[in-house]
Design a protein around this ligand. Structure first.
Ligand code: ADP
Length: 732
């Protein structure tokens, strides 16, 4: 068998917590019980006897102090049914009289009584089980109307007050055959005689249990008080029943959501059955003969059986000592109960015999203890549910035990009903706390889920947007590809057609062509083929640049040197035309960038050439470059070329960096492929730079290129930047 020592320290602490919680719970239960008990049980007071031998309660103010229990002062005549007349005519001299009885819920206590001759004696009851109680008292003068209630008189009784029969309970018979059982409480109006005396004689018969006759001390009070107590008791019982029904319905609803439902169903069944048992006494009392007793016994055993089932259902399934006997214990318990029940139903006269009561008690005690220990055994292994099981098993045990000593009187808010209320509230609290915790967990989880869903939705939307973009790009690329194909074929066909034209001209001339013309044709053919070559070169370069693996041969370049050498070259070229090139460069800065020299040369040259190309003869081209900061988040070199040429129409400016795009005003007179700026733009972007244009049609254009400056080290080392710049040498 697994021992508690095998559990981890954490589990041990948990188990300890469970026991502490259970103890606290039981103490709370006890306190509740005590409060209820103290506020309901009015204890008897000791009264002095006056000269006539009556209890003197004349000083007692009922209006102020409430009703009192007449615990003491009774005389008891065993084995004798005596009417008031017998006391007047004189009673049997040998008849023992017991005085100073005190009445407890367990019946007449017999420890302190004495016989009339003054000797202490023991109460001897014969088989007939009859006896008479007598009480004489003097009551307050102003209370000419009093009420007395007898919470419980077992069997049959006749109650006389001042010689008048005021209540008859059941039918008194002299033998145990044919007896009638009556458990009753009655409001009996008491009318004192002129001197304020009450002489109460109660003769009881047919004791069939050791607690026959008066089992609870009668109470005395004003009719109003007794009525009020009755109302409070009824309210209490209604509350208990309503709460219980509520918890049963709610419990079943809640239990239906559990994974292992059985234990909760059994638990609810215990409450139902326990209520039925309690109520059967009230409602089924009308049944003739022994039926109500038999039903009660049946309920009682049913309750025991469900309890056993309940404990079995919470018991762990592990294969150990309890596990092994578990398969059989329910059957054994069921068989034992069945045999008890059969015995009761076949021989009802066994009911309420001393032997059967003890048998019932022992049986219930054994089952309770057995079940209780099983739960104790289980708890350390299943600490999560430990508290609930411990508390419920304790409460179930309390209920079963109190069933045995239960008072059927609603006047007494018994431990039983307190137990049910606490059980009901405890269970409700347990379920509530459990549900609140689960709810918290679920709502936390759903919040997390919501966030996760939002994140996922966000990323899906992002991916979607990317896909849409990619799709648009693809469509654009496809359009561009088509356009490019048609442009390329057009741009290639034009020179080819021209070349073919010249060739045909030469062929058709049949050697009659002049040397001069031939030279012109050949020069034109040469120009056209150079054009074609240029176009093909540009296409190849653009394709390479646009493919991701275009490798840049990056090294420090002095942009200043590069611009200066290009300047020298183009100043020479423009000689003779009216065009001017103005240079504006810093003196003490080599304007170093990290870049691919050939590609950067292409950028600078292309922009300068465009400026020259798209200006008239009076063109002024200003080429400038300088260092600036912050534009690209660090130092950068700003290169710009300004001209006063034809300009670019505003509507066309966004497209001039597209492949093959040529502005309408440029395309008219000037030749060109429209590839230059798109090559320039991709080179600039590959250098993490920016390029843009400012232009006003017919006024002029200014191109800007900004490239991140190289590390200051290169800057400081002007000579190295210069010598390592191959472009400078190349172009010079
Ligand atoms: P192209 O071979 O036509 O010069 P580019 O790509 O270099 O091709 O230029 C694209 C177009 O941008 C030109 O056709 C022209 O319309 C316009 N453009 C470029 N530079 C200038 C400039 N400096 N002044 C006016 N228009 C210009």
């Amino acid at each position: 068998m697994e021992s508690i020592d095998n559990l981890g320290i954490k589990d041990k602490r948990h188990v300890l917590r469970i026991f502490v919680r259970t103890i606290i719970f039981l103490i709370t239960l006890l306190v509740v019980f005590l409060i209820v008990y103290m506020s309901n049980q009015r204890h008897g007071e000791f009264f002095l006897r006056d000269s006539s031998g009556a209890l003197d309660i004349s000083a007692y103010n009922f209006e102020k102090n409430g009703r009192i229990y007449m615990q003491n002062g009774w005389d008891f005549y065993p084995n004798e049914i005596l009417r008031p007349i017998d006391f007047i005519s004189g009673i049997n001299e040998n008849q023992p009289i017991y005085t100073n009885f005190s009445i407890s819920p367990a019946g007449w206590a017999s420890s302190t009584f004495q016989q009339s001759d003054g000797h202490a004696g023991s109460l001897q009851m014969d088989q007939t089980g009859v006896g008479t109680y007598r009480l004489k008292m003097k009551v307050p003068e102003n209370s000419n109307l009093l009420a007395m209630d007898f919470p419980e008189i077992n069997c049959a009784a006749e109650i006389y007050v001042n010689n008048n029969l005021v209540k008859k309970i059941g039918k008194i018979s002299d033998n145990t055959e044919n007896y009638q059982n009556q458990e009753s409480y009655s409001q009996i109006i008491l009318q004192p005689d002129d001197e304020g005396y009450l002489d109460i004689v109660i003769c009881c018969a047919n004791f069939t249990t050791p607690i026959g006759g008066l089992t609870i001390a009668p109470a005395l009070g004003t009719p109003y008080q007794i009525e009020w107590i009755s109302t409070v008791s009824k309210i209490w019982i209604s509350v208990v029943i309503t709460l219980s029904l509520l918890i049963i319905v709610a419990g079943f609803l809640v239990a239906s959501t559990f994974r292992s439902k059985h234990k909760y169903y059994y638990f609810m069944l215990i409450i139902i059955c326990s209520l039925s048992y309690e109520l059967s006494n009230k409602f089924i009392i009308a049944l003739p003969g022994d039926w109500n007793k038999l039903l009660q016994v049946t309920f009682y055993f049913l309750l025991m059986f469900i309890a056993a089932l309940y404990f079995a259902s919470i018991y762990p399934k592990e294969f150990d000592f309890f596990g092994r006997i578990r398969n059989w214990d329910i059957i054994v318990i069921l068989l034992a109960m069945m045999s008890f029940l059969i015995a009761y139903w076949i021989a009802p006269h066994l009911l309420y015999r001393t032997s059967s009561l003890i048998a019932n008690s022992v049986f219930a005690a054994i089952i309770n203890f057995y079940n209780f220990f099983r739960v104790l055994h289980k708890t350390p292994r299943h600490p999560n549910e430990g508290t609930f099981h411990l508390i419920s098993s304790v409460l179930a045990s309390v209920i079963f035990s109190t069933l045995l000593i239960r008072s059927p009187q609603i006047y007494f808010i018994s431990l039983h009903s307190v137990g049910i209320v606490v059980l009901v509230i405890g269970t409700a609290m347990y379920f509530t706390i459990r549900y609140v915790r689960n709810f918290e967990k679920i709502s936390m989880f759903s919040q997390e889920l919501e966030v996760a869903v939002q994140e996922k939705t966000g990323s899906i939307a992002k991916v979607n947007a990317e896909l849409v973009n990619a799709n648009q790009m693809l469509i654009k690329n496809e359009d561009a590809r088509k356009k490019m194909m048609s442009n390329v074929s057009h741009d290639l066909r034009t020179p080819i057609t021209a070349i073919r034209g010249y060739i045909e001209l030469i062929m058709n001339s049949k050697n009659k062509i002049s040397q001069e013309n031939l030279e012109t044709y050949l020069r034109s053919m040469h120009t056209r083929s150079v054009q074609m070559e240029q176009l093909i070169d540009d296409l190849v370069q653009l394709t390479r640049l646009e493919s991701d693996n275009a490798k840049l041969d990056k090294q420090p370049i002095s942009l200043k040197d590069m611009i200066e050498s290009l300047y020298e070259l183009y100043v020479m070229e423009t000689e003779g035309s009216g065009k001017q090139i103005i240079l504006d460069l810093p003196d003490n800065d080599s304007l170093t960038i990290m870049g691919d020299p050939n590609r950067m040369l292409r950028v600078v040259e292309n922009i300068i050439v465009n400026a020259l190309r798209y200006t008239e003869d009076d063109g002024v081209i200003e080429v400038s470059a300088y260092r600036e900061s912050a534009l690209l988040g660090g130092e950068s070199i700003h290169f710009s070329v300004r001209d006063n040429g034809i300009g670019i129409p505003a509507a066309e400016q966004p497209y001039i960096f597209d492949r093959f795009y040529r502005a309408a005003n440029a395309a008219v007179n000037k030749s060109g492929s429209g590839l230059g700026l798109s090559i320039v733009k991709s080179i600039v972007e590959k250098h993490n730079g920016q390029i843009w244009v400012e232009s006003v049609e017919k006024k002029g254009t200014r191109f800007h290129v900004v490239i991140p400056a190289a590390n200051r080290n290169y800057n400081g080392n002007k000579s190295s930047a210069k010598t390592s710049d191959p472009s400078a040498g190349q172009d010079a």
